[in-house]
Design a protein around this ligand. Sequence first.
Ligand SMILES: [Zn+2]
Ligand SMILES: [Zn+2]
Length: 204
Amino acid sequence: MHTIEIRPEPPAAGDRNTIGGHPVLADGQSWPACFCGRPMVFFFQVDVPAFGGDHLLVFQCPVHDDPAFGPAELPARFWDEVVEPYDGPFWRMFLRPAGTPSPEADPHIEPRRLVLHPAEGRDAPGFKVGGDPSWVQEPEHYRCACGTDMVFLGQVPENFGFDMWPPRNRETDDQAQLFLGNELYIFACPARCHPEALWPALQN
Ligand SMILES: [Zn+2]
Ligand SMILES: [Zn+2]
């Protein structure tokens, strides 16, 4: 398990573990857009040691940010198909081998450098990758559309706030949240059947 430290400074050029900033997209990949047409907010990215250093990226619409719920047996192309409560995909997560940072930077989130630290214990709470989930409620299990049981990849704590950039209003502590601030458990297909075979389990 690795805990994720949020450093006060912005990322340096070429940093691959960041909040906001320049996402490491695949060659030729365009910036993800929501079903509503808005470019998504780029929230964070990390290299995941437990997945051979593959690179996780997390995006979500700036407007559509409700919790998503899916069946334990996820359907084909669930990253496009499981979209309740909306009419189409409103988040995007990717896990793939290393690429190079996009020349475009996210305009919404104040960019920060992230640093991963090896940590003892597997189920400690917090912003982390690897280990086991620190469940708020009952444990959940998901099976990928390819038939493989999904495994826990990482966790973002409940009410985790991402500072907006430029600051819209520091007095009110204006922050963006993923999935309305629910505790986020990211599951991944260990067969790596698709770069978007990732599922956001949500609890509060
Ligand atoms: Zn949207
Ligand atoms: Zn799969």
